[in-house]
Design a protein around this ligand. Structure first.
Ligand code: AGP
Length: 613
């Protein structure tokens, strides 16, 4: 197999793309900037714009490394230019330093076509070689630029852009959401969609195509989620969609977004992450109401009841929600469950068959690892239940049963409210399966979270001040406590960059305690059943004997257990324990990040959704 080319191919974790076209003579650039900023959580180390200058009729490209506001100010985009049609891009590159030449948009040789792209073109090297042989001159070494030259090349062979795009869809391989600006059609923007998300909004005098909903609701609440293989164009007040050369009537697929702009805004909080931690009571209550009345819950139970093996998968925090589900399935349904990390699917899918079911958990519904795992299981005949926060996103779309959290948009890169609402939906599933009615308990989840945050917010702030200079933290628990410890450690790691590691507390003696020296912080998560209490107490003793700083966050059963710092929550069951404990771990991670001078909404090297492998 040809060695993988090491180039500065910028293997984007994820980017935000947007295109706007307006019928009026008003300058759309201020609105284009605003819509792009709504996608900044998707990547923010370089930004770029391309638009048809109203005076010259030429395409002007302005792009550079830096955050959106920095690039817009540096080039006076809003003050110096006016346009009625334009595209824009914000990105986070993971290979090689972000650079101006590799920032999007990219143009063809003639400068009459500009494109923005989210995803990866797998066959770009082969295409680049062929196009270069035909005389195309490349300015960057990104995969994206190949798309602009390919369209230019195909356009030569036929007169219209739609025909060129139709052909390009059959040539490009990989994942892509592309928006195309062409001087030939100054009142249109073309688009192509395969794997990477792309959504259209149409208002009477302006249309928009963008990576995600927050960008669109600036213009309209009626959105059309494009499906894989679809392409076409938007004009002011109109969208045209094709698939494999056939026009698609997508008019029935438009749906209304209920999220308000204020949902998207920070609502006065300094960071989205804090807003989303604090709005968990509302997210939990709405999710509870939603799942209670959702017929899909019964369909999911039927699939699980009929299944030979129940597989569960997700990435990151969603994987941790899967572990919590596994705990409840063993403990309440007495049902073995196999939860695996989505990118490891190839180990498990071979054993899957038509009698099995896969529960695919993904708040964004776009994580490529989870989508790939889902497709692998479906190919083997397994049925799929999706748990997601975004209606009509790829993973629920390709699933047999769709269970939705109702957390509202989660903009902060760190998953918080989507995690707890995932746990609630999964608990409701177990409760529905076992018929033992603990679903009624879930009606109290939002109050438990509200009380926990109100009562211990100050304590967490003080604890953060004790810990924020530490470089290492252990987060330990047993049973459900261990699964919550994994999620707590991920939160701390991903926003404060402290090396937080979680493992089952009983494992300390089998190696990890070797790292513990005086002052080493160890957080213990104390959860039912009562037989765990003395074991956790012994683990705390073990750590204290080595000079560790011990912190206990536990349910009522732990009130007599000693630790250097202790929070005892007013819950004593393992159903409501996550709603009391997890918000405190999320808040601790948030405070640690802020005290260490980091922006918890935009953690380095991370993006909200990983849509490329
Ligand atoms: C969690 O805080 C991280 N943002 C990340 O691990 C995330 O949970 C993971 O990428 C899965 O995302 P998904 O739920 O959208 O599939």
């Amino acid at each position: 197999m040809a060695p993988r080319q090491e180039t500065s191919l910028e293997n984007q974790i994820m980017c935000g793309i947007v295109g706007l076209v307006s019928a009026g003579n008003d300058n759309i650039l201020p609105l284009l900037v605003k819509c792009l900023k709504r996608l900044e959580y998707r990547g923010y180390d370089s930004a770029g714009f391309a638009f048809i200058d109203s005076d010259s009729g030429r395409i002007i490209v302005v792009k550079d490394r830096g955050k959106i506001d920095e690039v817009v100010a540096r080039y006076g985009i809003v003050e110096r230019y006016a346009a009625r049609v334009g595209i824009a891009h914000t990105r986070w590159a993971t290979h090689g330093p972000p650079s101006k030449v590799n920032a999007h948009p990219h143009v063809d040789c003639g400068g009459t076509i500009a494109i923005v792209h989210n995803g990866i073109i797998n066959n770009y090297l082969e295409l680049r070689r062929k196009l270069a042989e035909k005389g195309h001159k490349f300015r960057s070494d990104t995969d994206t630029e190949v798309i602009a030259h390919l369209l230019e090349d195909l356009l030569d062979e036929n007169s219209d852009m739609l025909g060129a795009i139709r052909k390009a869809m059959n040539i490009l391989r990989g994942s892509y959401a592309v928006v195309v600006l062409s001087t030939r059609d100054p009142s249109r923007l073309y688009f192509m969609k395969r794997v990477s998300p792309l959504i259209v909004g149409v208002a009477p005098s302006v249309s928009i195509v963008a990576s995600d909903i927050p960008s669109i609701i600036e213009i309209t609440r009626r959105v059309l989620v494009l499906h894989d293989g679809e392409y076409g164009f938007i004009e002011p007040g109109r969208v045209y969609v094709e698939h494999d050369g056939r026009p698609i009537d997508a008019s029935q697929r438009f749906r209304t977004i209920t999220w308000s702009v204020s949902d998207i805004e920070k609502a006065g909080y300094p960071h989205y992450m804090l807003k989303e931690i604090m709005e968990q009571p509302r997210a939990l209550y709405e999710t509870y109401l939603g799942v209670l009345s959702d017929p899909a819950l019964h369909k999911a139970v039927d699939l699980i009841d009929e299944a030979r093996t129940v597989f569960v998968t997700g990435a990151g925090t969603s994987f941790h929600a899967g572990l919590a589900f596994q705990y409840y399935m063993y403990r309440y349904a007495g049902r073995p469950v196999l939860t695996f990390i989505a990118s490891e699917f190839y180990v498990y899918s071979n054993a899957a068959g038509q009698d099995d079911v896969l529960i695919a958990i993904s708040q964004s519904g776009e994580t490529i690892d989870t989508l790939t795992a889902l497709r692998s299981f479906k190919q083997r005949g397994a049925r799929v239940i999706a748990v997601s926060n975004v209606v009509e996103s790829a993973i629920p779309r390709e699933s047999d049963v769709k269970l939705y959290t109702r957390a509202g948009p989660e903009i902060g890169v760190a998953a918080t409210k989507t995690y707890l609402t995932q746990v609630l939906v999964l608990q409701a599933l177990v409760s529905q399966m076992t018929g033992d009615g603990f679903i009624k308990l879930l009606g109290d989840a939002h109050r438990v979270t509200a009380r926990s945050l109100a009562k211990f917010q100050v304590f967490i702030d003080r604890l953060a001040r004790k810990l924020y200079r530490k470089e290492h933290i252990y987060v330990l628990g047993r049973g459900l406590g261990a699964f919550m410890a994994y999620e707590g450690a991920l939160k701390i790691k991903e926003v404060s960059y402290i090396h937080a590691e979680a493992y089952p507390a009983g494992e300390s003696k089998h190696g990890p305690i070797a790292l513990v020296e005086p002052g080493f912080p160890v957080i213990f998560i104390g959860t039912p059943p009562s037989e765990l209490v003395e074991k956790i107490a012994a683990n705390i003793e073990e750590m204290s004997a080595r000079g560790a700083v011990t912190i206990l966050i536990g349910t009522q059963q732990y009130r007599d257990v000693d630790a250097d710092y202790k929070i005892i929550l007013d819950v004593d069951d393992d159903i409501l324990a996550p709603y009391a404990i997890m918000p405190l771990l999320q808040l601790l991670a948030y405070r640690l990040a802020v005290l260490r001078g980091y922006d918890p909404d935009k953690p380095r090297n991370l993006a909200k959704t990983v849509t490329v492998e």
